[in-house]
Design a protein around this ligand. Structure first.
Ligand code: AHR
Length: 522
């Protein structure tokens, strides 16, 4: 009898769960945007890139050399430049990463036969020809229309070496400026961001927070930008995920009572979606649980930023020092058959969802997060582009960046919705993630991510105190949760035009499973 009762109870609970799921599936999610809620500006620099001398990131990914059969302009491949121009790339962080703290800028200037070949000790001990150096980097930036974000060598360099590099780049009238001119660039270069080291607690050190602070003050004091066209902001090294949290505390404490002799405009945070070490998450061929785990780990970015914000708010309530999440992205098991030291991995629609979730988190913290750089741009980790000799594919992550271009410099708006739940095993996440913003021209944009890999979701969008007249958009979805673009099938995952249904001043949209959608509302 007892068993019968238990079995009946179980059946009732299962039916209730199925019913609930069904009800959730059928229920529309209403999103109300407040068009007058002008929030902070979303810095375009949160859509920054990172290109390190690592594997095929620079060599082949960007640089093929002027003599290459691959179409190029002064050695920089044209297909990649054309693709990146679409993204309005705000800045490219270079030359590393760990490589930055072993990079000596003089090895990479002068005629090509004067370049110093070295060993890239950080990345698989590969030869580093230094054929891509300072002038090639700025040529690349010019071709794609981006700003410079240079990480200076603190770990194995000197204060003088860094100071000379910034003088070489930005001065007029000095011997270093003349040398730059002889090397083909009479005009000073604009340098938007000057990173003082990279991961100084690890590959760029290893230094304790206090030891790093001593270096930071000296490097900041003597690294001078002489080019009045652009104010260079110094970016200090900060923590990595849950580790080295004391960096933020020590640096901000010192900053709050600092003398005129040094300053910083930002602290760097690093956080990867990675499950321990060595990287072991499969990049493709994963199951529902592995899909959910990656998204769950990604949304941990939110609390990581909040914890650092709390510390910074104590010392800098006005928000003068920004957060730069200058390394983020997925770090999976390497692609089969590749050198694990090259950090090559496949990129699926799941990565586009990861990108969108991170963008949304940065936007929600736009008051403090004013820069972020995906790791990395081409052929490395969660890359936007993958090349194979003269061929190139755009990854789902690339398309997520392209969809979010309208958010650059827009103002965040408040919005209200009941996201629903997407659950898998012990993972429970919001089913829908959304942000809205107003562009300078008054247009309103809305980004919608359906995290659920199985169920589509219908949303109804309305504007507080206004009738919506028109809506157009694009959506990025895919047949499977691990669909990807390949050299055989390069356009399997790409945005499609979406025309929301308009009714009674509202827009109605059905979002496919595991999809990212951006719509423009009028
Ligand atoms: O992006 C790969 C590496 O990850 C970077 O070189 C380093 O800064 C981080 O640990």
């Amino acid at each position: 009898m007892k068993n019968f009762k238990n079995a009946t109870l179980c059946l009732v609970l299962i039916l209730a769960a199925v019913y609930n799921l069904q009800a959730q599936e059928d229920q529309k999610i209403l999103i109300t945007i407040d068009p007058e809620s002008d929030g902070p500006q979303i810095s375009r620099h949160i859509f920054g890139q990172f290109a390190e001398h690592l594997g095929r990131g620079i060599y082949e990914g960007v640089w093929v050399g002027p003599a290459s059969a691959i179409p190029n302009t002064r050695g920089i491949r044209n297909d990649v430049v054309e693709a990146l121009r679409e993204l309005n790339v705000p800045n490219v962080r270079w030359p590393g990463g760990c490589f930055a703290d072993e990079y000596h800028w003089r090895d990479g200037i002068g005629t090509q036969d004067e370049r110093m070949a070295r060993i890239n000790a950080s990345w698989a001990g590969r030869p580093e020809p230094n054929t891509f150096g300072t002038h090639e980097y700025f040529d690349f930036l010019k071709q794609i229309g981006a700003n410079a974000f240079i990480s200076a060598n603190v770990g194995s360099g000197t204060v003088k070496e860094a100071a000379d590099w910034l003088e070489y780049l930005t001065a007029e009238g000095s011997s270093l400026a003349l040398e730059r001119s002889r090397n083909g660039h009479p005009d000073p270069y604009p340098v938007a961001f000057w990173g003082i080291g990279n991961e100084s607690w690890g590959c760029g050190g290893p230094l304790t927070a206090e030891e790093y602070l001593t270096e930071l003050k000296k490097f900041s004091n003597f690294s001078t930008n002489y080019n009045p066209a652009l104010n260079t902001r110094h970016i200090a090294v900060g923590p990595d995920g849950a580790d080295f949290a004391e960096y933020t505390e020590v640096i901000m404490n010192a900053w709050s009572t600092k003398s005129w002799a040094w300053n910083i405009g930002g602290i760097s945070l690093h956080r990867y979606t990675r499950n321990g070490w060595p990287p072991n998450i499969p990049a493709s061929g994963f199951d529902n649980q592995q899909y959910a785990n990656v998204l769950a780990e990604t949304v941990g970015m939110d609390s990581f930023i909040s914890e650092n914000e709390k510390i910074m708010n104590r010392y800098d309530p006005e928000g003068n020092v920004a957060i730069f999440v200058d390394e983020w992205g997925t770090w999976y098991a390497p692609t089969e058959g590749t050198d694990p030291g090259s950090l090559e991995q496949e990129n699926t629609i799941r990565d586009a969802i990861v990108a969108a979730l991170n963008f949304n988190i940065f936007v929600r913290h736009a008051e403090r997060v004013r820069g972020a750089n995906i790791a990395q741009m081409i052929n490395v980790l969660q890359s936007l582009i993958i090349t194979k000799e003269e061929e190139m594919i755009l990854t789902p992550t690339y398309h997520a960046f392209r969809l979010y271009v309208p958010f650059q410099q827009a103002r965040r708006l408040s919005l209200a919705y009941n996201s629903g739940i997407y659950a898998e095993g012990n993972v429970e996440l919001q089913r829908l993630d959304a942000i809205a913003a107003k562009q300078e021209n008054g247009h309103i944009i809305l980004a919608l991510t359906n995290l659920d890999p199985v169920r589509s979701v219908t949303v109804e969008v309305m504007m507080k105190d206004r009738m919506l007249k028109q809506a157009t958009g694009e959506t990025l979805s895919a047949p499977f949760m691990d669909s990807q673009n390949t050299f055989e099938n390069p356009e399997q995952v790409k945005p499609q035009v979406l025309n929301p249904r308009m009714q009674n001043g509202k827009a109605e949209i059905t979002l496919k499973p595991h999809s990212v959608t951006v719509i423009l509302l009028n």
